[in-house]
Design a protein around this ligand. Structure first.
Ligand code: PMV
Length: 347
C-alpha cells in the first residue's frame, strides 16, 4: 500500500440527484442485488450536495454533518461503508475526513434522500481515492456499483435522464451489480418530462424500505411479481425508445399500484398510502380521461404522489395541480421537478 504524503489534504464537492423508479425494485437477493430489473428517471431539483474535506492521518477518522448538524447514525453508516469496501477505498485508513451534506429538498418533504446522498458521497470518496492513486477520472459504472452497496436505488442516480439497474435479456449491457445509462436511446418525447412531487405527508414511514424488501422473501406473490416486473422492464424499454406515451402511462401506474399492493398483502401487512393519496390518484385518472393528456402518477415507498407529464402539456397540467390537487397536499406543498442531467463535480 502506498503511503500518502503528510501534505495530502484538500476539499471537494459533488452534487447528485434523486431518482424516481418507474419499474420498481422491491425484493433483494445476494449482496444488495435486485430480484428484478428496475428503470428510473433521474431528477434535477431534488438533489444532494456533499463536500468532503480530507487530510492525512494515521487512521480513518469520519465526521459527518447534515445541514450543519452532526448526525451519528449516518457517520456510522459511512464508516461501515468505507471499512467494508477496502478494495475501493484502500487509502482511507490514512485519512481524516469531514463530510458536509445538504439536500436541496426539505427533510419535511418526506422524500427519501438515500439515493441522492449515497451517490453524492460515493462520488466524493472515489474522487479522493482517485487523487490518492493518481487515476484520471472517476468511473461512473464503478461509482454505481459502490453506491448500490450503500443504498440499492442510489446506483441509478449516477446517470442523466433514465437508468436501468438489473440483469435483463432486453438490454445490453445490463447488470445486477450496477446501473447503466439509457440516455442515448430515449425518445425525445421523454427527455424533457416533468415530475411534480405532491407532498401528502411528511411523517416518518412506519416500515422502512429495508424491512419492506425483507418481507418479499416469503411473500405469496413474489415470483409473479418478479416475472411481471421483468416483462414491464422489456415493455417500458421499448416504449421509451418509441416515444410510446400510452404504454408509459399504463406501465408506470401499474408498477406504482403493484408496489403498494405487495405491501398490503405481505405478512405482516402494511399500508403507506393516505386518503389524500387516493384522492389525487383518482383526480389524475379523471383528468386524463377528460383531456386525453398523457399525465400519470407513480409512488415511492410512501404516500407522496409523483405526477409525470410531457413538457408540452406542462402549463395545463400545472394549472390542474394548482386548481384541483394542491388542496390534498400538506400545507399545499409540491415540488416542481423534471428529467435531470445527472451528477456533477462542483469544486
Ligand atoms: O434503495 P432502497 O433500498 O431504499 O429501495 C428503494 C425501493 C423503492 O424506492 C420503493 C423502489 C425503487 O426502485 O426505487
Amino acid at each position: 500500500m502506498i503511503q500518502l504524503p503528510e501534505t495530502f489534504h484538500g476539499g471537494i464537492k459533488w452534487q447528485s440527484p434523486s431518482n424516481i423508479a418507474l419499474v420498481k425494485y422491491w425484493g433483494k437477493k445476494g449482496v444488495q442485488q435486485p430480484q428484478n430489473p428496475s428503470i428510473s428517471m433521474t431528477l434535477s431539483t431534488c438533489r444532494t450536495e456533499t463536500s468532503v474535506f480530507y487530510e492525512k492521518s494515521d487512521r480513518l477518522g469520519v465526521r459527518f454533518h447534515l445541514d450543519g448538524k452532526s448526525n451519528n447514525e449516518f457517520k456510522e453508516k459511512i464508516e461501515k461503508f468505507i471499512v467494508s469496501n477496502p478494495d475501493a477505498f484502500p487509502h482511507f485508513d490514512q485519512l481524516d475526513i469531514h463530510i458536509e451534506s445538504h439536500n436541496t429538498f426539505p427533510h419535511s418533504a418526506g422524500i427519501a434522500s438515500s439515493a441522492s446522498s449515497m451517490s453524492a458521497l460515493t462520488l466524493c470518496l472515489l474522487d479522493i481515492e482517485r487523487m490518492a492513486n493518481g487515476a484520471a477520472k472517476v468511473d461512473m459504472q464503478h461509482a454505481s456499483s459502490l453506491a448500490r452497496l450503500a443504498s440499492g436505488s442510489a446506483c441509478r442516480s449516477l446517470y442523466p435522464a433514465f437508468s436501468l439497474w438489473g440483469q435483463t435479456e432486453y438490454h445490453n449491457p445490463s447488470s445486477d451489480d450496477y446501473a447503466v445509462s439509457l440516455e442515448d436511446e430515449i425518445n425525445p418525447a421523454f427527455k424533457s418530462f416533468h415530475d411534480s412531487i405532491l407532498i401528502v405527508s411528511d411523517e416518518k414511514k412506519s416500515v422502512s424500505s429495508s424491512e419492506g424488501h425483507a418481507l418479499m422473501k416469503d411473500h405469496p406473490y413474489a415470483e409473479t411479481r418478479y416475472n411481471t416486473a421483468r416483462q414491464n422492464t422489456a415493455n417500458l424499454l421499448q416504449a421509451l425508445r418509441d416515444g410510446d406515451l400510452q404504454t408509459f402511462v399504463k406501465i408506470t401506474e401499474s408498477e406504482a399500484m403493484q408496489l403498494h399492493a405487495l405491501m398490503m398483502c405481505s405478512n405482516p401487512s402494511f399500508v403507506l398510502l393516505k386518503p389524500n393519496t387516493l384522492k389525487i390518484i383518482n383526480a389524475i385518472r379523471e383528468f386524463r380521461a377528460e383531456t386525453d393528456i398523457p399525465v400519470c402518477f407513480t409512488l415511492d415507498a410512501g404516500p407522496n404522489v409523483h405526477v409525470l407529464y410531457p413538457d408540452q402539456d406542462s402549463e395545463i397540467v400545472e394549472r390542474f395541480i394548482m386548481d384541483e390537487l394542491e388542496r390534498y397536499c400538506l400545507n399545499g406543498n409540491w415540488i416542481s421537478d423534471h428529467v435531470g442531467s445527472g451528477p456533477s463535480k462542483l469544486i
